[in-house]
Each structure stands twice: as C-alpha cells, then as structure tokens.
Ligand binder design. Sequence first.
Ligand SMILES: O=C(O)C(=O)CO
Length: 328
Amino acid sequence: MTNLKVLVSSNDFPDSGLQILREHFTVVQSPYSHFGEEGATQNKEELLKLIPGSSALVWVTHHPLTKELLDKAGPQLKIVATASAGYNHANVEELKARGIKLSNTPNVLSSAVAEIAVSLMLATARRFTENLDQVRRGEWEAGFVKVLGQDIRGSTVGVIGLGGIGQAVVKRLAGFEVAKFLYTGHREKPEAKALGAEFVNLDDLLTKSDFILLAVPLTSETRHMINSTTLGKMKSNAILINVGRGDLVDQEALYDALKSKKIYAAGLDVTTPEPLPKDHKLLTLPNIFVLPHIGSATVRTRNDMAVLTSNNVVNALTGKPLITPILE
Ligand SMILES: O=C(O)C(=O)CO
C-alpha cells in the first residue's frame, strides 16, 4: 500500500471496486451521493474539502468535473477514472490541457443498457403507460379492441450510433423478426455485416425507421440532434428510444411531437435534467415511458464497472497503460 490518495466521489461505489483501491492506496470517500439537488450540493461542498492532495479521482456519477475542483485537487492529480461509459461531464479539454489521464467504462455495460433499450421499445410499442394507468384506475378497456400497440416484428429499426451498445441492441433483437436494421454514424462499422445492419445517412434513417434508437455519446455535434427538424422527418408511427444522454434531444420539440402525435411514442432512460421533476410536462403525456437512468443499474454490471474503474486507477498510478483510456 502507498500513501497515494484516491478520492471516491460518492458513497455508492461498490465494494468490489473499493477493495482493489484499498489494497494499493489511501482511499478517501465522500459520505454523500450525487443524486438529488440536496445530495449534489452537499457532495460538492464535501468534495471541495476532500479533494486536495488526491492523485486519482474515482468519479462515480455524472457530476460536472469543474475547473474549481481540479484546481483544488492540486498538481499531483494523475487520473480521473469515471465509472460510466459516457464522459461528457468530465471536462475533457481541461484534463487534456493539464496532462491528466481519463478513463471510462465502455463495453462492460453494453448488455445491461441494451436490455433497457429493448425494454423501452416494448414498453412504448405496447403502450405500457396507458395500459398500466387503466390497471391502476381499475378501468380496463373491455373487448377485442384494447389499447392497440405496434409490433416489433416486421419493423425497421434504425440505430444512431452502432457502437458497443447499439450492436448489443441489434443482437438482442435477433429473435424479434425485425425486417431491417439501419444504422448511421461517422463511418461504416465492420461489425455491421454480421449483424445484418445497413449503413445509411441520417435522413434515410429518420424517414424509414419505425424505431429510432439513440446510442451515441453527447458531444457538441450530437447535442439536440433530435429537434423539430429531425422529428419532422420521422414517420407518424416512429418510436424514439434514448439510452444515451438527455441532451441528445430537444425536449421541447419532443413534447410537441408527442402531444400532436407527429410521432407515435418515446421511451427515455435519460432526460434533462436528472431527476426529471415529477411535474415535468413530458410526464403528462400518455405516449411516453420514462425510466430514471437505470441503463447500467444491475448488480453484476455495476460491479464490473467498479472493478474496471479501479483497475484503471491502479494502472495509472503504477505506470501501466490504462485499460480503457480516453486520455492517456
Ligand atoms: O455509463 C454511462 O454513461 C451510463 O449512462 C449508463 O447508463
């Protein structure tokens, strides 16, 4: 064990990851979580107190890594290891300018997030929100014609971003008799052939797909890529699924498109903000199904993410290459 200090940024980092860190370093952990307005404020104050002298930061959720925090940490900071695949909160340019390494946790969460994407497809296509509401009200529609949904069978599924998560969704849909998989992105993916997915431009994907899956990182290029213009190109039976980041979607435009039935439905695991306030107007719509960002929230996946995060820290502080580098 060394005296190098590792700060774990919230109280819910799994023991599997903590154990690895404790074998090597002096571990300091915030007693708060990032979640909720109060938790986030308390945690920020606590982190400002705990961060000086840290050689590594284990960044557990999506709290922004501000210049203020980095300044407080001090010049010995070598690595930020974020326990997430997405790293839009990690202030990449600032880390790069300061020569600080950055790692994330891709791949280990692809199957869990893909399961949530498929769940959202089913929940929206089969109108779980309206149907569950009927059950809760004790007012089931009688007869043959119930709240009728759409089939995944025979549909065209368009994937925006055929990376690890997008590919895992296509694999999981193998038994659903999907008619066609389309995908778009910066370039064709070698994996697409085996998956039977056809590379198209964004406009083609938007105009032809029955399901549109967002599985791209949030960048300045992808922010609000779903807006009134792109929503306007979708089919009236289109279902939008977002397992990426809330800001990929202009939520005002999405509200209008769902309210006016310009598109059929939306299933969101990610929103802006998170948590979405319970009186948010999106939640008044019958054709939306919202989850509280649980894509990677299984015991196994969270443990895998924690172990990978900690092993990245061990490697960075013992002079070995990062396992999953963003900045090295
Ligand atoms: O790891 C991430 O970036 C996630 O949002 C998982 O749901």
